[in-house]
Design a protein around this ligand. Structure first.
Ligand code: URA
Ligand code: SF4
Length: 197
């Protein structure tokens, strides 16, 4: 089966998913966007208001910052894959519950296995804490790890994990936005070193 077909199967499962209560209040689930052949996956927390209406990740203000950050290193959305820890929006954008993360990340894990990225960029505290735990890294807090390159070995080879601040924080904190743009340079360096461009 092609990667595209397998990703479509994941999408069909998510569209019909009722494994946690979030299906009751969501408008559209947000499966992910981008290329199945991408070398990089960005992982956010969960859909917000705009994402829930459109069924696409990072389409609101935070999405604008993500686009600017990508653009600063010469990348566009179609060059990468963008997904979230939770596929459905928590009411009033409350934090994901541990039970929801435990149930929903089966889909994200399948997406990661399919894409087999060389680089994973968790955005913000929730995504970083999940990805660090998944790959056996010790997580303290985002301010201690942002922009740093962590190498781990997986069933599909060595990958790099580079945590970043969540772009939503950068929408109201210009200092965080500067840090985010600076941290994106770590992605560029990593890609150039491995000749992935
Ligand atoms: N915040 C996220 O974490 N993900 C989105 O898709 C949008 C906002
Ligand atoms: Fe299913 Fe995930 Fe949506 Fe919960 S958040 S209903 S587990 S797709």
């Amino acid at each position: 089966m092609s990667k595209k077909q397998e990703m479509k199967n994941v999408a069909d499962l998510v569209k019909n998913c009722k494994k946690c209560d979030l299906w009751k209040t969501r408008t559209k689930p947000v499966i992910g966007e981008g290329s199945e052949d991408a070398n990089i996956i960005f992982i956010g927390e969960a859909p917000g208001y705009n994402e829930d209406r459109q069924g696409l990740p990072f389409v609101g203000k935070a999405g604008g910052i993500l686009d600017q950050s990508l653009d600063s290193i010469g990348l566009q959305r179609q060059d990468v894959y963008i997904a979230n820890i939770l596929k459905c929006r928590p009411p009033k954008n409350r934090n994901p519950l541990k039970s929801e993360v435990d149930i929903c990340t089966g889909y994200l894990n399948k997406q990661i296995e399919l894409i087999q990225p060389e680089v994973i960029i968790p955005l913000g505290n929730f995504a970083t804490s999940y990805i660090f735990e998944k790959f056996g890294l010790k997580y303290d807090k985002i301010s201690n790890v942002h922009g740093r390159i962590f190498q781990v070995s997986t069933i599909f080879g060595n990958i790099k994990i580079i945590p970043m601040y969540h772009p939503a924080v950068a929408t109201y904190n210009p200092n965080t936005k500067d840090i985010l743009i600076e941290d994106f340079k770590s992605i560029q360096t990593t890609l150039e070193k491995r000749c992935l461009f």
